[in-house]
Ligand binder design. Structure first.
Ligand code: PLP
Length: 457
């Protein structure tokens, strides 16, 4: 087997795939039964030629692929992959570093440290923040909230690393009504159940009402704010929440999965004013930075709590001794891990500060254009389109559900729905560097055509 030839074939296929994004259907074309028939079968008994394996994989998987990197994929909050990041990510597999320890690949460790400094500057975080490169915001919450848990309990005289949670002072977590569900799951994984939550109501955009925050003093308290509500893109008043949290000595955590990137734009950074004063932050590279899955970060303004919460040592490991060398497993909840910093590094180098700002601003301009076109076509826009999210209703919730179903059946673009204020709504998210104004216009026309086809709309 010739590895070089195999990799060339894959590179050619990768080129074909991205070139076809413009014309291929966005949705998958086969259902679960068809895909299982194509991909399944008995456990292979014998070795097979890798070229044959790859060819068969491509053939069987292709009809089950969604064109997520397409500029006309507007579901959930999905970035594309900027070419430099995707290519770097291919190298990550080839290089195959175990990026848990500095000794497992010094370059992998150093790019994470370099990116830590760059991203802190881009997002307006303190320069001393610690970082964990993880799979996404979900695991970033686990990491950051583990640090928060450690810190607030230590302040109450309790060492959670030594004593665990049994008998510990109760932690209170103050959250907004429209927090992302990953916050609750992270807390659950950390032994903090739903009964520990105090929920603050939200306004009609999903922003936590900062003037309804309870008194944050008196006991170990974590407050979770949000930069970018998943449906509307609205950002909490982070400045006000921070003021209340710091006065009371509470830990302030910001979920900024995509919205924190507003800080990278001089035009938009006012939306996340005050974010930089929080105690921890979570965000993704696989959303607005347009790095391929999976890639997210936890940042922490209290490196000692961060490290105490997730760090690990063992005598058989070769831990860094020089203070300039960074063992990633001191900061991540993972042990063996992929060197995901390389792709982030490549994305930042290829876009630069101005390219990132422009990407964020352009996505927001596309979202505004969507809103304008759909409204002109008779839809109701339910949110203030301040960022990259548009919430749309055609008639009532049921009619909207039907329009979404028709759009999903069409090949032009893909999006999905959500419940907003008691009724179904269409959500459009623009976070892909590939999306052009033409993509938006073509997709808006397809959505309006689906709405017209639906009787009563
Ligand atoms: C506000 C917010 N928080 C958390 C998440 C979860 O991010 P991830 O899928 O990277 O874990 C999302 C995903 O869309 C989000 O929008």
């Amino acid at each position: 087997m010739n590895e070089r030839e195999l990799f060339r074939q894959v590179a050619d296929y990768a080129g074909d795939f991205v070139e076809a994004l413009e014309t291929r259907p966005i949705r998958a074309e086969q259902d679960v039964a068809e895909l299982t028939a194509a991909l399944g079968g008995p456990l292979p008994e014998h070795p097979a030629d890798p070229r044959g394996v790859l060819a068969a994989l491509v053939e069987a998987a292709e009809p089950g692929l969604v064109a997520m990197p397409s500029g006309r994929y507007f579901g959930f909050v999905i970035g594309g992959g900027v070419p430099a990041a995707v290519a770097a990510d291919m190298l990550v597999s080839v290089w195959d570093q175990n990026a848990g320890l500095y000794v497992g690949g010094p370059a992998a460790s150093v790019v994470e440290e370099v990116c830590r400094v760059w991203i802190a500057e881009l997002l307006g975080l303190p320069s001393h923040v610690s970082v964990a490169f993880v799979t996404g915001t979900q695991m970033a919450h686990v990491t950051a909230l583990a640090a928060a848990r450690h810190h607030v309990l230590a302040q109450a005289g309790w060492d959670v690393a030594a004593e665990g949670l049994v008998g510990a002072p109760a932690i209170r977590v103050v959250v907004g009504e429209k927090r992302h569900v990953t916050v609750d799951r992270a807390l659950r994984l950390l032994g903090i159940g739903a009964s520990a939550l105090e929920v603050v109501p939200a306004d009609d955009q999903g922003r936590m009402l900062a003037d309804r925050l309870p008194d944050l003093g008196g006991r170990p308290t974590i407050v979770c704010g949000q930069a970018g509500e998943v449906n509307t893109g609205a950002c909490d008043d982070l400045e006000a929440i921070d003021a209340a949290a710091s006065e009371a000595g509470a830990w302030f955590h910001v979920d900024g999965a995509f919205g924190l990137w507003a800080a990278a734009s001089p035009q938009l950074r006012h939306l996340v004013r005050g974010a930089g004063r929080a105690d921890s932050w979570t965000t993704d590279a696989h959303k607005w930075l347009n790095v391929a899955y999976d890639s997210g970060f936890a940042f922490c303004a209290h490196p000692e709590a961060h490290r105490a919460a997730v760090g690990v040592t063992a005598s058989y490991l070769v831990h860094a001794e020089d203070g300039r060398e960074r063992d990633q497993m001191d900061w991540t909840p993972e042990f063996s891990r992929r060197a995901r910093g390389f792709a982030v590094y490549a994305a930042i180098r290829s876009l630069g500060r101005s390219g990132i700002a422009e990407l964020v601003e352009r996505s927001c301009a596309h979202a505004r254009r969507f809103a304008q076109l759909l409204e002109a076509g008779g839809a109701t826009i339910l949110n203030d389109v301040v960022l990259n999210q548009v919430l749309v209703r055609f008639g009532d919730g049921e009619q909207t559900r039907e329009v979404i179903r028709r759009v999903q059946e069409d090949w032009t673009c893909w999006l999905s729905g959500t419940d907003w204020q008691g009724e179904h709504a269409m959500r459009i998210s623009v976070s892909n560097w590939r999306t052009t104004r033409e993509d938006v216009e073509r997709s808006a026309a397809a959505i309006l055509a689906a709405a017209r086809l639906h009787s009563g709309v």
